[in-house]
Design a protein around this ligand. Structure first.
Ligand code: BMA
Length: 309
C-alpha cells in the first residue's frame, strides 16, 4: 500500500510492512542487509540475502518465508568469501549482489566477487539453497550486475552484465555455449543524458519473458552534487535479440522517497535485486533500500507493461 503522502508518485506500491528485513532480523552480528534475490519453490519463498558483516565485507545468508512477505533468516550464513582455491584472490573484499536464475532445472547464482583487483562476475549453483558450489569466474575485472537469462536463445546461454567503461556504465548482453566462456558482447541499454538514469545503468532482475519481449527491471543512477541516486526503471527487449530495445520507460517506476530509502549506509538507493510473478499476474519486487534493509514493492505485469512505458 502506498503511504498517503507519496500516493501516485511511483508506479510500484510499497508494501505496508516495509522494511521487510533489517539487521534486527539477522540472528548474528551484522552491519547491514540488502539486495536479496528470491527463489520460489513449491512450498516456500527463499531470499538469498547480501549481508555486510561488521568487519566490512559482504557474504550471503538465507531467509525463508511461506508468503513471500514475512521472512525468517537462518542462524548462520550460507555462502562466505572463499579463503582458498581459485576464487580466493578475487573475493578478498567479499561477495555481493547475488542474482538467481532457474535455467534448465538448475538454480544458478550469479554474483559479484569483490577484491582490490576490481569486481568480477562469478557463477555458482545450488540444489538445496544452503550449499553453494562455485562454477567459474565468468568475467574479467571491472564488471558486475551479471544475470543469466532463464533460457537459451538460438542455442546459446545469454547474460546481462555491466562493464565499466570511462566511468559511465551500460548494460551489455553476452553469449555462451557452456556458461563459462562468454563473448559476442553487445551493448544494449546505455545511460541517457539528462534523464534519471544518466550516469550508470545495470540489470537488476532476472529478465521476465512476456509476449511483447523480455521485460528487464533495471537500476539507473543519476549523479548529483550530493552523490548518486539509485532508481528502478523498465525496458522491453527483443525476444530473439535482447540487445535490441523495443521500448524503454521515460520515468522510473520506483524512486527513493521513504526515510528507509533516503537514509542509511548509502542514502537515496532503491536497488531492485529480484522479482516474483504470482499466478494472478501480480509482481513483487525485492529491493535494497539505502544499502540498509530489504523492502518489497508491487504492481501487476499488465500495469508495468502499459503504464511503465
Ligand atoms: C551498486 C552495488 C550495490 C549497491 C549500490 C548502491 O554499485 O554495489 O550493491 O546497493 O551500488 O550503493
Amino acid at each position: 500500500m502506498i503511504r498517503a503522502r507519496h500516493q501516485g508518485l511511483d508506479l510500484l506500491h510499497r508494501w505496508e510492512g516495509n522494511p521487510a528485513i533489517t539487521t534486527e532480523d539477522i540472528p548474528f552480528r551484522a552491519n547491514t542487509v540488502f539486495n536479496g534475490t528470491p527463489i520460489v519453490t513449491e512450498d516456500a519463498v527463499y531470499l538469498l540475502l547480501r549481508v555486510e558483516g561488521q568487519h566490512g565485507y559482504s557474504f550471503f545468508a538465507l531467509a525463508r518465508s511461506d508468503d513471500g512477505l514475512h521472512f525468517v533468516v537462518d542462524d548462520k550464513p550460507v555462502m562466505l568469501p572463499e579463503k582458498e582455491g581459485p576464487f580466493a584472490a578475487y573475493e578478498t573484499k567479499g561477495i555481493e549482489d547475488p542474482r538467481v536464475t532457474i535455467l534448465e532445472g538448475t538454480c544458478y547464482v550469479a554474483y559479484t566477487a569483490a577484491s582490490d583487483r576490481g569486481p568480477r562476475i562469478a557463477l555458482a549453483k545450488t540444489d538445496d539453497y544452503v550449499n553453494y558450489e562455485r562454477i567459474a569466474l565468468i568475467s574479467e575485472p571491472g564488471n558486475k550486475d551479471g544475470i543469466l537469462f532463464p533460457r537459451k536463445i538460438s542455442g546459446r546461454y545469454v547474460r546481462f552484465d555491466r562493464p565499466i567503461g570511462h566511468d559511465r556504465g551500460s548494460i551489455w548482453v553476452s553469449y555462451s555455449l557452456d556458461l563459462i566462456n562468454w563473448g559476442d558482447s553487445e551493448v544494449a541499454i546505455t545511460p541517457r543524458g539528462g534523464y534519471w538514469d544518466d550516469y550508470r545503468v545495470g540489470a537488476s532482475v532476472t529478465p521476465i519473458e512476456t509476449e511483447q519481449g523480455w521485460l528487464e527491471i533495471y537500476h539507473g543512477v543519476k549523479m548529483t552534487s550530493a552523490g548518486p541516486i539509485y532508481r528502478t526503471g523498465v525496458v522491453l527487449l527483443d525476444l530473439d535479440d535482447p540487445s535490441k530495445v523495443i521500448k524503454r520507460g521515460d520515468q522510473p517506476i520506483l524512486s527513493p522517497r521513504e526515510e528507509y530509502e533516503r537514509i542509511g549506509d548509502v542514502g537515496n538507493v532503491c536497488f531492485a535485486s529480484g522479482a516474483i510473478i504470482l499466478d494472478d499476474g501480480r509482481v513483487r519486487i525485492y529491493y535494497g533500500a539505502a544499502d540498509t534493509s530489504i523492502c518489497i514493492a508491487g504492481s501487476t505485469l499488465d500495469q508495468i507493461l502499459t503504464e511503465g512505458f
